[in-house]
Design a protein around this ligand. Structure first.
Ligand code: NAP
Length: 265
């Protein structure tokens, strides 16, 4: 039997990269998206093909839901129950950048509210729902397919890096970073390990508008590993956790940033 993973924001970018890597190691997948159904369908088809190529059998179902909406979050869980009847791994990946990068002396409350809703409230309460169901599964003797159930949240180097032209994004990611220690401490007794993955500069639609800026910064030595990160880089870190390679670790932050976080002199 395959473990079942629910990935938010899996139609494109990092979420898609995570889905493809989990497909390769034999996971059934629920791929959430916000509005781009065509991209979600393509990712689902590519996951099934990747699984086959890797000698695995895997299913991938797509589910539209806005993680900022309580009703949609419940529907996402209900969809997973109906289609697979179990949940082994939740990946909180969906997230948004501000529509316009605005100086913190000018940025609007509307943008702040949007980012807090999608980037913080969404994953926080989806984790609550998923965790309750995981606890119930254990109580009703549905064992995890591998050693533990897991919750992984994708934050950002923006959790600790000040970008004054997108303060709302930085604040949302800093707040999101508290999710992992909180749920790790609460859920260990229920056999659920909780991790944060903290990507650096990753080539996706989100960073496309600032490609030239980051090309230059990377060439000038922004990161010790001197290249853009890829969705696959993040996907492989998620796959390492999903394969149970960190069974005695919980609450950990895993930097997938080419060494951006290192202080250098
Ligand atoms: P992206 O290319 O813009 O893709 C965003 C994904 O999230 C899409 O699948 C999108 O669905 C989905 N999404 C957006 N709002 C949603 C909502 N309200 N409910 C459900 N799904 C929603 O972004 P990305 O670069 O892959 O980023 C993924 C995550 O990594 C985000 O949390 C981001 O903050 C974080 N991150 C990114 C970078 C980077 O350099 N790219 C670095 C650090 C952290 P649709 O296709 O339907 O729009």
């Amino acid at each position: 039997m395959n473990p079942v993973a629910l990935i938010t924001g899996a139609s494109r970018g990092i979420g898609r990269g995570i889905a493809l890597e989990l497909a390769k190691i034999g996971h059934d997948l629920v791929l959430n998206f916000a509005s781009n159904a065509a991209a979600a369908r393509q990712t689902a088809a590519d996951c099934v093909a990747q699984a086959k190529e890797a000698g695995q059998k895997g299913q991938a179902e797509i589910c539209q839901a806005d993680v900022a909406s309580a009703g949609d979050r419940q529907q996402l869980i209900d969809f997973t129950k109906k289609n697979f009847g179990r949940l082994d791994l939740l990946v909180n990946n969906a997230g948004v950048a501000p529509t316009v990068r605005a100086d913190i002396l000018e940025a609007t409350e509307e943008s702040f509210d949007r980012l807090i809703s999608v980037n913080v409230k969404g994953p926080y309460f989806l984790t609550q729902l998923a965790a309750r169901w995981m606890i119930e599964q254990r109580r009703t003797s549905v064992p995890p397919v591998s050693g533990t159930r897991k919750i992984i949240t994708v934050s950002s180097i923006s959790a600790y890096t000040a970008s004054t032209n997108r303060g709302d994004y930085c604040v949302s990611k800093a707040a999101l970073s508290m999710l992992t220690p909180l749920f790790a401490a609460r859920l260990a007794e229920h056999g659920i390990n909780v991790y944060e993955i903290r990507p650096g500069v990753i080539a996706t639609d989100m960073t496309r508008p600032v490609k030239d800026k980051y090309d230059k910064l990377i060439a000038e030595g922004l990161t010790p590993i001197q290249r853009w990160g890829t969705p696959q880089d993040v996907g492989r870190a998620v796959a390492a956790i999903a394969r149970d390679l960190l069974p005695f670790s919980t609450g950990e932050v895993i930097n997938v940033d080419g060494g951006f976080h290192l202080r250098r002199l």
